[in-house]
Design a protein around this ligand. Sequence first.
Ligand code: SDX
Length: 383
Amino acid sequence: MSEGIRKGLVGVVVDETAISKVDPESNSLLYRGYPVQELAATQPFEAVAHLLWHGELPSADELAELRAEERRHRVLADEVKAVIDLLPTSAHPMDEVRTAVSALGARVLGGVSAVDAGGTREENLARAIRLFAALPAVVAYGQRRRRGLEAIPPRDDLDYAANLLWMTFGEEFDPVVVDAFNRSMILYAEHSFNASTFTARVVTSTLSDLYSAVTAAIGALKGPLHGGANEAVLDIFEEIGDASRVPAWLDEALAAKRKIMGFGHRVYKRGDSRVPTMRKALETLAEHYDRPDVLELYTTLEDEFVSRKGIYPNLDYPSGPAYSLIGFDTLTFTPLFVAARVTGWTAHIMEQAASNALIRPLSAYVGPDERHVEGYVPDETDR
Ligand code: SDX
């Protein structure tokens, strides 16, 4: 490989950010300076969204104002629902969510020219809040329509986490479950220059609009090496069945050189800082739903894989079984990641837009030496 190339940008620092700090040495994650564990244990997700966008936790008035604005945009617009309904229910939910965001953007931006679509910080903050508010309805409707059920309208008397559960299941959940779900959304919200966030920053760096950047980020997050892993973790749990089958399953998977979804991380090498918090939430849910078998399988697979390969779980590993216990379909897991990460993505979009620097790396050419067309005669033989 040519000199100086860092494939996959491994270890390359490409820009500064004030939004979050991922530190593999201390195995920590700070959102605007606050340890994510403290935020997950004490804050509603709406307050963390405010922190990511504005750099500070909200005052009581600011939180009330954000909650009021979020409530104003919860309803899934008929036109967006109609676009989703054009897709077959067999479409992957990430394609559904990506399409819905694109349709939302086309409606909000209307005829705004590409030159002006980038928007001001105020316009992008309003767009960020609208997406933050609208995505739960998109995610909930996706799961319901795949089950042949009608959409459930939002409830103004429920905060963000409880309302997303209400729109998906049509029931009010025990506060223990709402709290565990709220914690998962905070843990998923932001993680510096991960592939989907960096994708959003690249799109923004051309002065394109927020909806195009989020649509591109959803495309990146869908990949099983990134957000799609939480869905794949449940597939693995279903493949294994029960804890007693873990050793044999792992023998086979590792012999086939399979990537074990939910394990490993590009930045953390001794474990993902978010996992202990999400694991506690999973333990709470397993107790609440009386499902010790889920924890047994979770722990057995982790212990076996870590002892054999020294590769540790990432956030997707505990969040998959947690979402399954709550009742979300496996295919809904990564859309939930979108609903959470849209706060981090839009914070980075606003930060990138302010920096005004086009992202355009170089490449080392390894193709044919220069040659000329006059030497080319299309011959009859197939190439
Ligand atoms: C997320 O970047 C972020 O912050 C992402 C994220 C976020 O919040 O945005 O944290 C969310 O994307 C978490 C990751 C979810 N993906 C998965 O769980 C998929 C499985 N994980 C692997 O594909 C892998 O660990 C990656 C992609 C996550 C990390 O990839 P790297 O950095 O390219 O892998 P590596 O250099 O750490 O791997 C070193 C070795 C390799 O073996 P060799 O080829 O050198 O023999 O470890 C192996 C890898 O094959 N390895 C695995 C493995 N992870 C690494 N082998 C089997 N199963 C795995 N999960």
